[in-house]
Design a protein around this ligand. Structure first.
Ligand code: DX5
Ligand code: ZN
Length: 219
């Protein structure tokens, strides 16, 4: 089963409640919260205030993708918002193992994200300890960018690495996901697709979501 999580980065925040309702009406169960600090990435988005708002709305589960420097300083505050998963960047901390276990101690699933130029071998010594891998398919910082096809082989490599550890890991891809790129990602082993612009700009969000979830291998 393929999971689709719309990224709120592309939602109209003036109508956040309605936007969240439209995600649920499209038959989806969760949204993706992109946290950017203007330091690890060039852009600033929002923080725990957004996660608390989604939680208060009550209809949807959510995951927090922390594109921040020194994520160690922030995971406790995000854990308090009640996410399913907190994802941190391997590039943002020198103590990934400690941070992953900190997230798990806080009672939240832990994910690790890699930028497009980061090789998957940095996951080798942590893959057995994490619940999800998020492969960036654009350079993080902005929504609406073009998918980077060279990441496709990394999806396959992570899948193989997880299988070698006997792990049925969540394998997220994030950035530039359209129906076409979704099919390619699924064909390479992705299980969880994040889509911002393509979901929120779709005229029929329900039909778009259904077509993405049906995305089948077209390698
Ligand atoms: C990029 C974010 C992504 C992105 C997805 O830094 O992590 O979640 O906003 O948006 P689209 O689908 O518009 O590329
Ligand atoms: Zn994201």
């Amino acid at each position: 089963m393929i999971i689709l999580s719309p990224s709120l980065l592309a939602a109209d925040l003036l109508y956040l409640g309605e936007e969240l309702d439209s995600v649920a009406a499209a038959g989806l169960q969760q949204v993706h919260i992109d946290v950017m600090d203007g330091n690890f990435v060039p852009n600033i988005s929002y923080g725990t205030n957004m996660a608390h708002a989604v939680r208060r709305h009550g209809q949807l589960k959510f995951d927090c993708h922390l594109m921040v420097a020194e994520p160690d300083r922030h995971v406790a505050a995000f854990a308090q918002t009640g996410p399913e998963l907190i994802t941190v960047h391997a590039e943002a901390t020198p103590h990934l193992h400690r941070l992953v276990y900190r997230i798990k101690e806080l009672g939240v699933q832990a994910g690790v994200s890699l930028n497009p130029a980061t090789p998957v071998n940095v996951l080798k010594c942590i893959i057995g300890d994490i619940d999800a891998v998020l492969l960036m398919t654009v350079n993080p910082g902005f929504g609406g960018q073009k998918f980077i096809p060279s990441v496709l082989v990394k999806i396959w490599e992570v899948r193989e690495m997880a299988l070698a550890h006997g792990k049925d890991i969540t394998l997220q891809v994030d950035g530039g996901i359209t129906l076409e790129t979704a099919k390619q990602c699924v064909a390479h082993g992705a299980t969880h697709l994040v889509a911002g612009a393509s979901f929120f700009q779709s005229l029929d969000r329900r039909a778009f979501a259904a077509s993405i979830i049906e995305a089948r291998a077209e390698a």
